[in-house]
Design a binder for this molecule. Structure first.
Ligand SMILES: Nc1ncnc2c1ncn2[C@@H]1O[C@H](COP(=O)(O)OP(=O)(O)O)[C@@H](O)[C@H]1O
Ligand SMILES: [Mg+2]
Length: 360
């Protein structure tokens, strides 16, 4: 079976690493000459709107999936004429736009921060008056790793901020004083069967994920599964979906969903019986889903900008390095490590060892 992937970054690379043993081949559509998935399959180097190459991709593969949500809607609509695309164009339309996404949460009765659609500075001024400060202004589309958003704390912060974010459609959100951030990785098969991984605790720095720790019997697991289940059903979703939540007052507020495999699920490669990457491929290919059960305790640390010396990382006990083979760039995710242990205390010591290498 040949799978077409829109995007050829590290998520595409890890999809191919999971799918190759299942007998799958891969083709990646990505305009970047140095797309890091390219060494694991065919690389169609073209823009996402290039219909000749999209047609070529559709002719070559059995189905198409994607590794990032900012794929233009027209690209998905075009491809869908010739080849099955999972998740669907509709799931992508909702998940790539923060206004549609939060409106869906509200319609499904899922708690989410107060929010307002912002098309102008006047809209922003009015929304600040009703939602209050602090608040967060985010572009409706194309934001990632904390890019395309600004925290507004004082009245002075509000002045000119709409223009600062490019005068594009935005969303204003009430600022949430959360006690923690958790994510739920879910997978839904073509026949509707749904499985969930254990909730993951996430720590961000400057809007970028730094550390994910898989939890055991988290008290909010059932609630998170209930909320995510509503979204999966609503979208008649096929594949892996990541759901980010804020923990507030012993409950959850929905932050965002990602219609794809997710950074906070990388630990599942070594830490779960079947990884998020394999389960995504199983789902889109119409194969039976794999177990989402944990194998001991796991934590994942991102390498941002550069990967510490390989020999040092792999010298840490039960530490698994993933080097994406990307060039150095400030703020860019270039690799990660997953540490695994039978108990939490040992795991925390291993996390500290990796952190020491990052700071060195
Ligand atoms: N309304 C909010 N209140 C408080 N913190 C927020 C809010 N929205 C986002 N953040 C912080 O910024 C991070 C990135 O924001 P998010 O909306 O998830 O965008 P991205 O698409 O960049 O991941 C969040 O993980 C959280 O730490
Ligand atoms: Mg996020």
């Amino acid at each position: 079976m040949k799978i077409g992937v829109i995007g050829g970054g590290q998520l595409g690379r890890m999809l191919a690493l999971a799918g190759t043993p299942l007998g799958m081949n891969f083709a990646f559509l990505d305009p970047a000459p140095d797309a890091c998935a390219a060494s694991l399959g065919e690389h169609l180097r073209a823009d996402y709107g290039d219909q000749d190459h999209l047609r070529q991709l559709a002719d070559e593969v059995d189905l198409v999936t994607f590794e990032f949500e900012s794929v233009p809607a027209e690209t998905v609509a075009f491809l869908s004429q010739f080849v099955p695309v999972y998740p669907s164009a509709e799931a992508l339309r909702i998940a790539r736009d923060r206004w549609f996404e939060k409106s869906m949460f509200k319609d499904l009765g899922i708690p989410t921060p107060a929010f307002a659609d912002i098309q102008s500075q006047a809209d922003l001024d009015a929304a600040v008056a009703s939602i209050g400060l602090p608040a967060v202004l985010k572009t409706r589309t194309l934001g990632y790793d904390g890019k395309g958003q600004k925290v507004l704390r004082t009245a002075a912060d509000v002045v000119g901020t709409f223009a600062e974010l490019g005068s594009v459609p935005c969303l204003l959100e009430g600022f949430v004083s959360f006690t923690g951030e958790v994510s739920l990785i879910a997978v839904r098969a073509r026949d509707g069967e749904t499985r969930f991984y254990p909730l993951v605790h996430n720590t961000h720095e400057s809007g970028i994920l730094r550390l994910s720790v898989a939890s055991s019997e988290h008290p909010l697991q059932a609630l998170a599964e209930d909320y995510a289940g509503r979204v999966l059903k609503q979208l008649d979703y096929v594949g892996v979906l990541a759901f980010e939540f804020f923990e507030v007052d012993g409950g959850l507020k929905a932050n965002e969903i990602a219609p794809r495999v997710h950074n906070s699920g990388h630990w599942t490669i070594e830490g779960a019986e079947c990884s998020q990457f394999e389960n995504h491929l199983r789902a889109v290919a119409g194969l039976p889903l794999g177990s989402t059960a944990k194998v001991g305790e796991s934590a994942m640390l991102n390498f941002i900008g550069e990967v510490p010396p390989v020999d040092k990382v792999i010298s840490i006990d039960d530490c698994h390095l993933h080097h994406y083979g990307k060039a150095f760039k400030v703020g860019r995710k270039v690799g990660h490590a997953t540490v695994r242990s039978a108990d939490m205390a040992t795991l925390q010591a291993q996390v500290k060892q990796v952190e020491a290498l990052i700071k060195a």
